[in-house]
Design a protein around this ligand. Structure first.
Ligand code: HEM
Length: 302
């Protein structure tokens, strides 16, 4: 039976590397297949790291029209371009490597970039790491309410019998934090921005949680059902620039759109997410991570 790319769900890797590519306008499906086949060469697959490959909407439609869900669309800018907003920086292919150490990830990233030269060029790269006990650099635990792996499959994968079955819609966004501003807040104020306590990640009670808290904005009910996504974000940074490389998967990409609208104040209720006062996205793309069979078809050209 067809299966999802296992790296979407694989846990435990403390080192991550994200690569985004733009294809040459004249790259053929054969060029793309040959470039991706390079990812299977022994030098790349040795070492036990996970690799997830995903495609921008236009490219996936061109490569595999029958396996492209109708809902697949490019990332659109959100918010006020003159103020708080999320820019769109859509690229063609996103490759996410995660494994045991930065040495292995860098070796793999270099091999992949070399192989991808057959079809395109590197547009953006970002090494990331797990910070302390899975915290964001703000100091808050990130992932508390993430669905456990057994539920994540249903949250993240396109159901069987639909176009793109066992594939997953993905969103990537690089956020740059203003930690000086965030840490200038008292701890109770910081907790009001997130909606959870800092040390143990306990949800604030409805009587104290502001309606502008991050979790108050991204928890959305639709017909009594909570809209869920499966998050795989990790921090990145140097002393000069740091933040969160946000990654999430979903069976339905409109969940991302709805959450972003509520974060950036375009949902029509006049509210925004206070977190956006302390961190800003500098990239935003939507991708489709096909099933293993879907990926294999592109690689083999069959
Ligand atoms: C720099 C950017 C962001 C930071 C630092 C951040 C941080 C956090 C933290 C600390 C939590 C609470 C703990 C947890 O349940 O994981 C959380 C929850 C969550 N975040 Fe974010 N987040 C960011 C961006 C986003 C974006 C862009 C989305 C979606 C578009 C999002 C969706 C969610 C969801 C769905 C939850 C779980 C809410 C719940 O069920 O309680 N986050 N985030």
């Amino acid at each position: 039976m067809d299966a999802a790319q296992p790296g979407i769900f694989a846990q435990g890797a403390r080192h991550h590397y994200h690569l985004e590519f733009d294809l040459r306008p004249d790259a053929t499906p054969e060029d793309v297949g040959a470039a991706l086949a390079g990812l299977r060469e022994p030098a790349v697959t040795a070492g036990g790291a996970n690799v997830v490959v995903a495609f921008g909407p236009d490219v996936w439609r061109r490569l595999a029209p029958a396996d492209a869900p109708a809902a697949l669309h490019a990332f659109q800018p959100v918010g006020d371009p003159a103020g708080s907003h999320a820019p769109a920086t859509q690229h063609d292919i996103w490759i996410w490597i995660h494994g045991a150490g930065p040495d292995l990830e860098l070796d793999m990233a270099r091999q992949i970039v070399k192989s991808m030269k057959r079809a395109g060029s590197l547009a953006a790269e970002q090494p990331c790491f797990v910070y302390r006990d899975s915290r964001d650099l703000t100091g808050f635990i990130d992932g508390t309410e993430n669905p456990p792996v057994e539920e994540a499959v249903e949250v993240a994968l396109v159901p069987d019998a639909e176009a793109g079955a066992r594939g997953s819609f993905a969103m990537t966004m690089k956020w740059v934090h203003d930690l000086d501003a965030f840490h200038a807040l008292t701890q109770p104020q910081q907790e009001g921005v997130i909606g959870r306590t800092k040390e143990w990640s306990v949800e604030l009670g409805d009587d104290v949680k502001p309606p502008t808290a991050h979790i108050a904005r991204v928890v959305i009910e639709d017909d009594g059902e909570e809209l869920e996504i499966y998050r795989r974000s990790t921090p990145y940074g140097t002393v000069g620039e740091y933040g969160l490389y946000f990654v999430a998967f979903s069976a339905d990409p409109t969940r991302f759109d709805k959450m972003l609208a509520r974060m950036f104040g375009t949902a029509g209720d006049g509210l925004h997410d206070r977190l956006t006062e302390f961190t800003r996205p500098v990239s935003g793309s939507y991708y489709f991570a096909p099933s293993l069979d879907g990926l294999e078809h592109v690689i083999s050209g069959s």
